[in-house]
Design a protein around this ligand. Structure first.
Ligand SMILES: NC(=O)c1ccc[n+]([C@@H]2O[C@H](COP(=O)([O-])OP(=O)(O)OC[C@H]3O[C@@H](n4cnc5c(N)ncnc54)[C@H](OP(=O)(O)O)[C@@H]3O)[C@@H](O)[C@H]2O)c1
Length: 256
């Protein structure tokens, strides 16, 4: 763990109202940073805050990343902060046939999962560089292979992984960047996507393990992180399975 020199140094966690974002708050707080917990759902964000050891040290930031002024609202609220870290975690997917799903939610996936992290990182880069900071981009193994019936989500995460990995390489030696690519995990993601509850995937990996793996990657200087052996196994299978076979398998698995 790095020494924290200034207690007022802040870390922004987007999508902190549950799932990975809540766990990032729990695991980053002991490092002494002030946390800025972003989301849309105020009562659930408040629950994240209340679960922390020093709620009085942290603050909430409400902004809908899909709304026209969502990102500018978020950036305006951050203008006086001494930011040292950005966890680009907010995101969601939608499950269903592309043909039968409206275009607005499809574009919202692109806005929240791809456009927002890029735009937020670009705006905050000067302060993050000045403070010798870090960025964690929460992407997904969904970005490693096309996904029938979650096509737009996979496209957004593929874009996020490519951008994050290129950024990490551009900024090597200047800023630590982590690209986190988890597989299935027990968060609110499935319910939000509209997928009915299932028996649970063999590849499901506990949230604390995933977040801890990404923070270990950060503390070793940044990198591409596939957390835990089950997600590593899934990643390997994605790499060795011929695309035509993988597409058919995923079609059978995800077909409504
Ligand atoms: N769970 C998985 O299986 C899995 C696997 C790989 C990657 N991921 C990625 O992990 C990240 C976190 O998701 P999660 O799994 O923890 O799911 P989650 O429990 O549903 O949390 C998603 C978070 O994103 C926020 N969010 C969604 N849309 C937003 C918007 N338009 N504006 C602002 N905030 C928004 C939500 O805020 P509100 O609740 O306040 O609206 C919530 O805090 C996502 O990027 C997801 O793609 C998840």
């Amino acid at each position: 763990m790095p020494e924290i020199s200034k207690k007022q140094h802040a870390v922004l966690i987007t999508g902190a109202s549950g799932g990975f974002g809540l766990e990032y708050a729990r695991q980053i707080e002991p490092q002494g940073y002030r946390l800025i917990l972003h989301g849309r759902d105020k009562p659930r964000l408040q629950m994240t805050l209340d679960s922390l050891k020093h709620p009085e040290r942290h603050s909430l930031l409400l902004a809908d990343l899909n709304m026209k002024d969502g990102i500018s609202t978020l950036l305006e609220a951050l203008k006086d902060e001494t930011l040292v870290g950005l966890v680009n975690n907010a995101g969601f997917g939608i499950w269903g046939s592309f043909e039968k799903t409206g275009i607005v939610p499809q574009i919202d996936v692109i806005k929240t999962d791809l456009k927002a992290p890029i735009e937020i990182a670009h705006a905050l880069l000067p302060v993050l560089l000045k403070n010798n900071g870090f960025i964690i981009n929460v992407s997904s193994l969904a970005g490693e292979a096309p996904l029938p019936y979650m096509s737009t989500y996979a496209a957004a995460k593929a874009g996020l992984t490519f951008w994050s990995e290129a950024l990490r390489t551009e900024l090597a030696g200047k800023l630590r960047v982590v690209t986190l690519a988890p597989g299935p995990s027990p968060t609110g993601f499935r319910e939000v996507s509209g997928m009915p509850p299932g028996p649970g995937s063999f590849f499901r990996t506990p949230i604390p393990l995933i977040v801890a793996a990404s923070l270990a990657t950060l503390h070793s200087g940044g990198g591409f992180c596939v957390p835990g052996w089950r997600h590593k196994l899934l990643f390997t299978l994605q790499k060795i399975t011929p695309r035509a076979i993988a597409l058919q398998l995923m079609k059978n698995h995800l077909q409504p």
